[in-house]
Ligand binder design. Structure first.
Ligand SMILES: [Zn+2]
Length: 214
């Protein structure tokens, strides 16, 4: 099995209790679930419907605010933005719009109209999306194609901390719709492959990148 990010060789290890096999890249530390454990779309929707991300919930708003506070001080003054994979709620888009950034939102399950199709953005955000992707490189490439020159991409996905023992006890891993796990190094590698410059990360779950002038 080759790494979905850097195409280097992977080593496998197993959650023996659940019988799930994982592959970890020797080079960049990216982890993916063995393909037979990938869940399909309808199964994913059932799981998402349980999330209960009510926009009225103060906790949910605070959760996005932390992300916005990480991103906005470092991205100049974006005129427009896209929230890619917003889920059922458009709350993050609302918060950004409230910050004078006209924000579109898209979600393959809840808001499937491809509003970004013929547009380019100064900022694209994607929160808790990448760990669900079966084809992360294709989606990453597509998002970058929708960035303006010098545009920014901000991603939130919990980083794998390069420790298999801890990984096996990690609650994040146990969501059946989470199929890939990025180490910081694998995100840096992804950025590098597509000519993006990493601006900053919080070492836990958030990373901000900028499209290089080509
Ligand atoms: Zn790799």
């Amino acid at each position: 099995m080759k790494c979905l990010i850097c195409a280097k060789k992977c080593d496998s290890f197993e959650d023996t209790a659940k019988g799930i096999l994982y592959y970890e890249c020797y080079s960049c530390g990216f982890i993916m679930k063995s393909p037979e454990h990938l869940s399909d779309f309808s199964e994913q929707k059932k799981r998402y419907d349980l999330h209960n991300n009510s926009p009225e919930s103060e906790g949910y708003r605070a959760y996005f605010q932390r992300f916005v506070d990480f991103v906005l001080p470092c991205v100049d003054t974006p005129k427009n933005a896209l929230d890619f994979g917003c889920g059922e709620s458009s709350l993050l888009a609302q918060i950004l719009t409230h910050n004078q950034i006209s924000t579109d939102f898209y979600d393959p399950i809840y808001h499937p109209k491809e509003v970004y199709k013929d547009k380019k953005y100064d900022l694209i955000v994607s929160v808790e999306v990448f760990e669900h992707l079966h084809n992360p490189k294709d989606i990453f490439k597509m998002l970058i194609e929708h960035l303006q020159p010098n545009g920014y991409l901000a991603i939130q996905t919990a980083f794998y901390q390069n420790n298999r023992e801890r990984f096996l006890h990690w609650h994040y891993r146990l969501d059946p719709t989470h199929v890939i796990f990025f180490s910081l190094k694998s995100l840096e590698k992804l950025a590098d492959i597509f000519n993006m410059r990493v601006i900053k990360n919080d070492a836990k779950q958030m990373i901000l990148m900028q499209k290089k002038n080509s």
